[in-house]
Design a protein around this ligand. Structure first.
Ligand SMILES: [Mg+2]
Length: 215
């Protein structure tokens, strides 16, 4: 009889323990709260390069990254044989009049300047008539003209030589150049209105993509 009473007491005890423990084990709200915090943090990040203490020098592509320049290219195609010196002269002297600065990317560029980072611009355009583009962007964005480069044959060597820590671009090739030069690649989204359709697969290198950077 004593044994039965002990058994009953034991069963009550087990029931009590599991009855209390069970709700503690299956509490679903914790992960939900965590994911909401993560989402909030992600939306606040403009660029990981701005938060990285190892970043001091940054580079930006120009076409479809810093400038919506399709109107300048339209002028080039209408006025000259494509890819001739005259073609590039028309484009490089048209930006001030017809290209549009992309707001989100420019905001990032200014944030880097505010942090005292050195900013470089590297374009794949040919340098014919390039002084006009240099003068325009230098004046508009407070970047020394000597920090603006024309690299129609690839940007990897220049990114490396300048010691650029993070490079922003819209094309897959920009991301590849950055990786080859061991810089942090950051994707700026190309506007769907751009007339340039060269390879553009945001995220294909697992790179950070700046949200809402199309315009
Ligand atoms: Mg580009």
């Amino acid at each position: 009889m004593k044994k039965i009473r002990l058994l009953i007491s034991f069963l009550f005890f087990v029931g009590f323990i599991t009855g209390c423990a069970a709700p503690q084990i299956s509490q679903p709200p914790a992960p939900a709260a965590e994911s909401s915090t993560q989402t909030q943090t992600q939306t606040q990040i403009l660029s990981p390069a701005l938060e990285n203490p190892d970043v001091h020098e940054v580079g930006f592509d120009i076409d479809d990254t810093l400038l919506f320049s399709s109107p300048a290219f339209d002028r080039g195609y209408a006025g000259a044989e494509p890819y001739t010196a005259e073609f590039w002269k028309i484009i490089n002297s048209s930006d001030e009049e017809v290209s549009v600065i992309k707001e989100k990317c420019y905001e990032i560029l200014k944030a880097h300047q505010d942090k005292g980072h050195k900013v470089y611009l590297i374009t794949s355009r040919n340098s014919d008539g390039g002084e006009a583009l240099k003068k325009y962007l230098s004046g508009k964005m407070s970047i020394p003209e000597k920090n603006i480069f024309f690299e129609p044959h690839g940007k990897t060597a220049r990114i490396k030589e300048l010691g650029i820590d993070a490079f922003y671009g819209d094309s897959d090739s920009d991301i590849r150049y950055a990786e080859e030069a061991e810089a942090i690649p950051i994707r700026i989204l190309r506007s769907p209105k751009s007339s340039y359709k060269g390879s553009c697969n945001p995220g294909c290198f697992n790179e950070f993509i700046v949200p809402d950077s199309e315009e």
